[in-house]
Design a binder for this molecule. Structure first.
Ligand code: NAD
Length: 319
């Protein structure tokens, strides 16, 4: 589905079998919580409003981002506009090393998120970074608790998120999730999400959400934040890619996002945003076509680190 707003054409895709149509570009709200560096809350609010006015209808956040700050700020920005968007948040992760996938914590978590987001329902409630938990507990305790919350009407759909596609698959094979959110596994640097998740999601009509199309900042002019887990070699390649795009008169972020939007099955690509100028530029990528010659050269530079990953979560969940 395609919708024209004043300035842009936005494309929408079905989010699995939820009946929801989400914009091809989704608003990742983690930067509102200062995850990538300090941000101005007024600019953040303008960024959210600009996104909504231009047809971005899918917003993703978590209590973890900025230790609840991102949810607070997004909640403020959504006053009077909540009804226009599809809102996703998460549970189970509350700090860099703070995880609690117990039923008791999940039940409290949803009410805390509802309060911060100033709403009485969440569209998509997701177990956050499950590779850091005991996956058996996630399957046998977390999701049954999330299911009860759904039956109470506080949330509409359930999803799982994390880094290792195989762990996401394991959860989705055991519990009928509505969505899978995978991050840093499909973008210019990497495509191993496809080998594990895409056909599975298609077959079961599960919504597939691709997060971090900019590889958490590496595929931007500014480069990676200091905490980025990717090996230095990958970050150095990112600088070469930015240089090459500049020499073509374009911007690495634009090219990287367009590459993600071209995925044939992904419902929405989440991009972290907190500034109106980023929203504006990222909206432009929806209509861009990538130059095949430039893509070929970018791929040649990436080749030595293509599909390189880093450890995340419990060792038994790596991969
Ligand atoms: P990303 O790849 O989207 O990169 C975000 C960084 O790029 C930020 O510093 C942002 O300011 C910058 N940026 C955005 N547009 C830009 C532009 N046009 N020019 C220059 N810089 C630009 O990384 P992300 O934010 O981690 O991922 C997107 C979203 O996906 C997150 O905000 C979050 O909502 C979601 N996510 C979820 C999980 C999970 O559930 N486990 C993990 C990662 C991301």
């Amino acid at each position: 589905m395609t919708v024209r707003t004043d300035a842009h054409i936005m494309e929408y895709r079905a989010l699995g079998q939820t009946g929801l149509q989400v914009s091809r570009i989704g608003f990742g709200a983690s930067p509102l919580g200062n995850v990538f560096g300090a941000t101005d809350p007024a600019q953040g609010k303008l960024a959210v409003h600009l996104a909504i006015d231009n047809g971005i209808n899918f917003f993703d956040v978590s209590p973890y981002y900025g230790l609840t700050l991102a949810e607070e700020r997004l909640g403020d920005a959504l006053v009077g506009k909540r009804y226009k968007i599809i809102l996703a948040t998460k549970c189970g992760r509350y700090g860099a090393d703070q995880f609690d996938f117990s039923a008791q914590r999940i039940v409290a978590s949803v009410d805390e998120s509802l309060r911060r987001l100033k709403t009485d329902y969440i569209d998509l409630f997701q177990a956050h970074d499950v590779e850091f938990g005991d996956v058996d507990q996630v399957i046998n305790e977390t999701f049954p608790a999330m299911q009860k919350i759904r039956e109470q009407g506080k949330v509409r759909f359930l999803g799982v998120t994390g880094y290792p596609p195989k762990t996401l698959l394991r959860v989705a094979e055991a519990f009928p999730v509505d969505t899978i959110l995978s991050y840093c596994r499909f973008n210019l640097f990497i495509d191993d999400m496809d080998a594990v998740l895409t056909a599975f999601c298609k077959e079961r009509n599960i919504g597939l959400i691709n997060a971090s199309g900019l590889h958490m900042g590496i595929l931007t002019e500014d480069g990676a934040p200091p905490w980025h887990p990717a090996p230095r070699e990958i970050q150095a390649v990112g600088r070469k890619l930015a240089d090459l795009c500049r020499s073509y008169g374009t911007d690495i972020a634009k090219v990287a996002l367009r590459f993600c939007f071209d995925h044939p099955y992904v419902s929405s690509t989440l991009v972290g945003m907190s500034r109106p100028e980023h929203v504006k530029r990222n909206l432009e990528s929806v209509q861009l076509e990538n130059d095949p010659n430039l893509l070929k050269q970018l791929k040649a530079i990436i080749a030595p680190v293509h599909n390189r990953i880093w450890p995340s979560g419990r060792p038994e969940n790596y991969g």
